[in-house]
Write a protein that binds this ligand. Sequence first.
Ligand code: HEM
Length: 517
Amino acid sequence: MAFTTIFTRLNVLLTVLLFNTAFFSALFGSILVYRLYQHALCEFDGPRLAAASKLWHFGHMFRVSNHLFLDGLTKKYGKIIRTGPQELTVTDPEVWEAVNKPGSLCIKSPWYDMLWPYVALNSIRSKEGYATRRKRWDDALRISNANLADKKRLIDSAAAQLLRRIEASLGQPFDATAEFYNFSFDLMGEIAFGQSFSLLDSQSYFSQNSPPDLISQGMSMLRYFTPVPWVGRLSFFMAPYFPIITQKWNRALDWAAKVCDSRLQRGVECQESTDAFSRFILSAARDGDRQSLDRQALYGDAFAITVAGSHSTAATLTMMFFELARHPSIQLRVRQELRIAGATIQQSNHNSAQEIIDTSVFDRVPFLDGCITETLRLYPVVPTGGIRQTVNKAVKVGDKWIPPHTVIVIPRWSIGRSDYAFDMPNDFVPERWTVKSHMVHDVRAYNGFGAGRWICPGKQLGMMEIRVLATMVLLNYEFSLASTPRNETRVVDDFQDNFTATPGKLELMFKPIIHLG
Ligand code: HEM
């Protein structure tokens, strides 16, 4: 009797198993056949397995950073590659105009849902709700005549602190990557939240669990999740059951939420003119814009501004100083240009640095600006991110039509280094942006701050931070690469594409410039 029952149950189990195997094989088999032979993207070349599933791309992220992986594919397959069942990677410079211009129907891709339940400015995917919030942030972050002095004072004072750190390091290698992160993080804290994190005050360098480290660790998760945002979303959803997978990400988000809470607790009325958050909140409250004042929206914005306002500037400074350190003649030319432009220094007291550099100097330093642009061309702060998608209409790029509902990946890293757009594409040649413009064949291939609707709202601010710090350092010190192990290439070898760029460690040796008279 018992034997018959077991036998019957086994039979039922086998039948269910057989039925499921048949059902799922047919389902996945037909999906596979459709993706490989019937899909609208079949006309585009690319790796066969990429067309079958994004898991193929995901697998590669465990051994190579996405910017190099996509660069390899670009070299092999050309300007438009099928990198997923429903995804194209496009390196034709025309693509930016097609997806970003004001009338374009393209929206941000599902990647931007990664922050959910937070809804940051940059994670609003469609036009609805974006324009008003964007205008508020533009106003809050803008450098205007009214707040120029405030912003300049903060930047000068952070730059002066960094100079003191350099002074203290003389004779030994200076961890430039860590210190540029400290610099931009302290500034971002002051400018965005009216709160310094005092990283440049403290004795510790870029220590474990310091805010920049916390945020970098959180962002490092995006290295794996960017090609497959649904794996990211699934992992975040499962976080309560498997906290280990996403804990770095969640710690970074929690940190930004706490900074936001602390800003709100301090009240915003008294600091109207100084920090961006208070200006944003006051303007939203004045207009009764409840959507912008929603706590999940504010937490999202706090995280976005923290990352965008610090990592971008820090990465640009690191890579620019790396290039200037290994090209002493270029370093000398920038220094000479600054002197001719009238930039002067006050040696005795770096605290009063706000008197040192008059911002009008920056109208007369095209070569310094060329160095910044050249750095962003070679080492974009968003190397492959900024993913878009078409909606219900095809979009033309070059002579190709990108079908509706296609995800479009646009790797700045590869476009910026393309030989059809630039002469000597892998070399650092700032003159191509000044007197050697013939070395730029297609200026659209440069996209350092984004363009169109989603152009960076912190562009002016970021530029000012870099110009001020670079000027103060260049006028006070000569610098070269420290001769520590791997230091010649480590900053590039360890460069990671975590949506924002994370450069490797760079150590510099500084030597004071003696000023006569
Ligand atoms: C050298 C400095 C900087 C560079 C190179 C840079 C670059 C960029 C780029 C390329 C994007 C577009 C990303 C995309 O397509 O999704 C972007 C967006 C953004 N940036 Fe910057 N950025 C810099 C500094 C800053 C600063 C200082 C802030 C604020 C304090 C800031 C705030 C933002 C925000 C909020 C966005 C999202 C805009 C949106 O989607 O509407 N950035 N930035």
